[in-house]
Design a protein around this ligand. Structure first.
Ligand code: 13P
Length: 241
């Protein structure tokens, strides 16, 4: 059985006070999750510690948003896997399109980060997806296959989550139609050595489209940006029906 993972990506939002306010409301709205459903909060480095100390008795897992590939060293401004693991992190987002677009991440560095996460026992959430222009010119398949080929080189597919995040659907309110997301995720799955990998959809997931998305047979969860900042919205997403 593939694991269902509902993850929030807070991006560069929330101070410690705001993180605690979120948790107080969020925890009160959370239904008992079934064994196969996991809730993950991928928060900024500066609130990892406080969120770690205030989690819901183990039901909510802690995630980070990036990881450096070296364990330690002269890499000003970077954070290693050992450091993340040290404060209770279990998941880490790798290769988010915002990191690829604004911070020069390449498939080669994404691959190094995936390997580094697995080396210390973290589960990486690898993000892949096409731009609007690539989609409009029917290159979605090619782009994703090329990303996977490099990103997943020597990566252990038994400890991996993939998030299909079409770039044109991120933060735009323009959701990928559930059926289209389902078929692209099926394509991703067909490229994997392990078909049991959890594959999420990400891009303008909201309380009003989560139920339809989760009805799709290939979609094993979601990676949520904007709507994960509000505890009521995110709880509704986690408690999808
Ligand atoms: P939005 O849900 O705000 O579109 O962001 C998606 C995303 O980038 C999650 O990683």
């Amino acid at each position: 059985m593939r694991k269902i993972i509902i993850a929030g990506n807070w991006k560069m939002y929330k101070t410690q006070t705001h993180a605690l306010e979120f948790l107080q409301v969020f925890k009160s709205k959370l239904n008992e999750t079934e064994e196969l459903k996991e809730v993950v909060l991928c928060v900024p480095f500066t609130v990892l510690s406080i969120v770690s100390k205030n989690l819901h008795g183990g039901t909510i897992r802690l995630g980070a948003q990036n990881i450096h590939w070296e364990e330690q060293g002269a890499y000003t401004g970077e954070i290693s896997g050992t450091m993340l693991q040290d404060i209770g992190v279990q998941y880490v987002i790798v290769g988010h399109s915002e990191r690829r677009q604004y911070f020069g991440e390449t498939d080669e560095t994404v691959n190094l980060r995936l390997l580094a996460a697995q080396k210390v026992g973290l589960t990486p959430i690898l993000c892949v997806g096409e731009t609007k222009q690539q989609r409009d010119t029917h290159q979605t398949e090619l782009v994703i296959i090329n990303q996977l080929n490099v990103d997943l080189s020597n990566v252990d597919q038994d400890n991996l989550v993939i998030a299909y995040e079409p770039i044109w659907a991120i933060g735009t309110g323009e959701t990928c139609a559930p059926v289209e997301a389902n078929s692209t995720i099926a394509l991703i799955r067909s490229e994997l050595a392990n078909p049991e990998v959890t594959i999420q959809y990400g891009g303008s997931v909201k309380p009003d489209n989560i139920d339809e998305l989760m009805k799709q047979p290939e979609i094993d969860g979601v990676l949520v940006g904007g709507a994960s900042l509000d505890p009521v919205s995110f709880a509704r997403i986690v408690n999808y029906s």
